[in-house]
Design a protein around this ligand. Structure first.
Ligand code: NAD
Length: 297
């Protein structure tokens, strides 16, 4: 088993780090949030003082941060990873970030003989907790084979998407579809309930009919339809609406660059941006359902 450095112990990272410990790895962790650090320390992890301190202690580093400015800071700041990194260290970034930002960091890493691969995830907080995430990996084939066993401690589908940046390309596409489908389910449930249907009856019909999707079945946005997911916990602790807006903005940038038509992606981006700007940035993106209802009132 290895000594693994883990940076970013938020809604996803904390569960992923715990799963690595459960599989027998030793962990050294860092986060700017001391409470998250203390909780992992109680679970057996060692605590680093900075990303540089962490990099001086291990040659395997996983990052799970909100977006590319945070990843840039963790790698490039004065006490960032690159300030103290050891040769041949393997860095795996599981954050969803801009493809170009990922390639820039990968280039800086390769200049220092460091490996850098993108391995964003799908499966939500439940997937992170149950170690059933899907990883979409951007790496050369031989590097993919080396990092795969680490990722298998945290997920059940580890897919080689292509070279560096392709994991993110797949993730950005997935989340554009997810953002759109969640709004569709929120609208549908809202309409059905307004027509007098029972929420369980309607969800049960959708989930055995052609409208079925992850947003209707696993993370249904109506509180109480699925127990244990963020919509049933006051939309706390899930996938923040602000991060969904961030992912949809990445998709919009990519669609401009590649001249691909994404009209629904553009509408979904504006929807979550509005929701985030109106004070719901931290609410799970299933809050789309409540947001639509407040519009009706
Ligand atoms: P989060 O905001 O809950 O966690 C991010 C963590 O990073 C926090 O603990 C924060 O304190 C820490 N952090 C921020 N800046 C830091 C810095 N400079 N140094 C050290 N730590 C720092 O976010 P999350 O929901 O865990 O998501 C992480 C990434 O995974 C995002 O890119 C997100 O888009 C993606 N993602 C999230 C979900 C989900 O369901 N939550 C699902 C798939 C992918």
């Amino acid at each position: 088993q290895a000594l693994i450095g883990f940076i970013g112990l938020g809604n996803m990272g904390a569960h992923m780090a715990r799963n690595l410990i459960k599989k027998g790895h030793e962990l050294v962790v860092f986060d700017v949030n001391t409470q998250s650090l203390n909780e992992l320390a109680k679970f057996g992890a060692k605590v680093a003082e900075s990303p540089a301190d962490l990099a001086s202690k291990t040659q395997n580093i996983i990052t799970m941060l909100p977006s590319h400015p945070h990843v840039n800071e963790v790698f490039l700041a004065k006490n960032g990873i690159l300030a103290a990194v050891q040769k041949s260290t393997r860095c795996i970034d599981c954050s969803t970030i801009d493809i170009e930002a990922c390639k820039r960091i990968a280039k800086l890493c390769s200049e220092k003989s460091i490996y850098f691969n993108d391995a964003p995830v799908s499966g939500g907080v439940t997937g992170a907790e149950n170690a059933t995430l899907t990883f979409m990996v951007g790496a050369q084939k031989e590097d993919f084979e080396v990092i795969k066993p680490f990722l298998e401690c945290m997920g059940k589908n580890v897919v080689h998407a292509g070279d560096v940046g392709h994991g993110l390309a797949a993730k950005i596409c997935n989340n554009m579809l997810l953002g759109i489908s969640m709004i569709g389910v929120a609208e549908t449930m809202n309409l059905g309930l307004s027509l007098g249907l029972d929420k369980h009856v309607l969800a049960g019909i959708l989930n055995t009919s052609s409208g079925r999707c992850w947003s209707s079945e696993v993370y249904n946005p109506v509180p109480g339809v699925v127990e244990g997911v963020p919509p049933s916990k006051n939309y706390e602790g899930g996938f923040q609406s602000g991060l969904m807006a961030k992912d949809l903005s990445l998709a919009q940038n990519a669609s401009v660059e590649t001249q691909s038509a994404t009209p629904m992606g553009s509408m979904a981006y504006n929807f979550y941006k509005q929701m985030s700007n109106q004070g719901f940035f931290k609410k799970d993106f299933g809050y789309a359902y409540e947001f639509l209802r407040t519009k009706k009132d």
